[in-house]
Design a protein around this ligand. Structure first.
Ligand SMILES: Cc1cc2nc3c(=O)[nH]c(=O)nc-3n(C[C@H](O)[C@H](O)[C@H](O)COP(=O)(O)O)c2cc1C
Length: 204
């Protein structure tokens, strides 16, 4: 994590792949340029964290706090502090990776916090942006539909405006993205745009 001053834009990347592969490579290219443009960037590799899926126990219904104590609390705290949330995931069987899906399910307590407990006092999401980086092998956009839809629900529940989807297909082996300078250049460009808040140029 780099510190670029108290007023710096805080970008948090949640990396959902089980391997050091394409989605991570593309996020890193994005992050490097965003840092150069003055943003403070942190990333969390979900695989390295210890958290269970939502148990649907309803334990969060009165407080908005998950009663299962594991690494989810640490991730939720980082999310609360961030201005931009980046979800980077490969497509696995037409959906997000298992690690990302498990994380999504644990956002139930944050959904309760927003939609059940804070109905009247929702935080302004207009200033917080959600970005999806998704990698796949297939070029057919049907494969990313579910990833986009789930990510949109998550961004809305966590008070981030869904801002942009960066989808890259035709990627198979873990080093495929890193051997394509054009893709990396594209992500560096996006990193700069986001850090400079030139958000109108981006499309969900
Ligand atoms: C378990 C598994 C399921 C996959 N399912 C799909 C799929 O449904 N559609 C697709 O286009 N690619 C699928 N892929 C390919 C990955 O999405 C693709 O290789 C991606 O670039 C991997 O990104 P990563 O290196 O960040 O993990 C699958 C890969 C794995 C390991």
């Amino acid at each position: 994590m780099t510190s670029r001053g108290a007023g710096a834009m805080k970008i948090l990347g949640l990396l959902g792949s089980p391997r050091a592969g394409n989605s991570e490579t593309l996020f890193n290219a994005f992050a490097k340029e965003a840092k150069k443009a003055g943003a403070q960037v942190q990333s969390i590799w979900l695989k390295s964290k210890n958290f269970a899926p939502c148990a649907a126990c309803d334990g969060c219904s009165k407080t908005g706090e998950c009663i299962v104590k594991d690494d989810f609390q640490q991730i939720a705290s980082a999310i609360d502090k961030s201005d931009v949330l980046v979800l980077a995931t490969p497509v696995h069987f037409g959906g997000p990776s298992a690690h990302m899906t498990t994380f999504f399910s644990r956002c139930q307590s944050l959904w309760v916090r927003k939609y059940v407990l804070e109905k009247k006092g929702r935080r302004k999401k207009a200033k917080r942006a959600g970005i999806l980086i998704v990698t796949s092998y297939e070029k057919n956009p049907d494969y990313i539909k579910c990833v986009k839809q789930m990510s949109k629900y998550i961004f809305n529940s966590l008070d981030f405006t869904p801002l942009a989807t960066f989808w890259f297909a035709n990627l198979d082996k873990p080093r495929d993205a890193s051997s394509q300078p054009k893709l990396l250049e594209k992500m560096r460009g996006f990193g700069k745009l986001v850090a400079q808040k030139r958000w109108k140029k981006l499309k969900w």
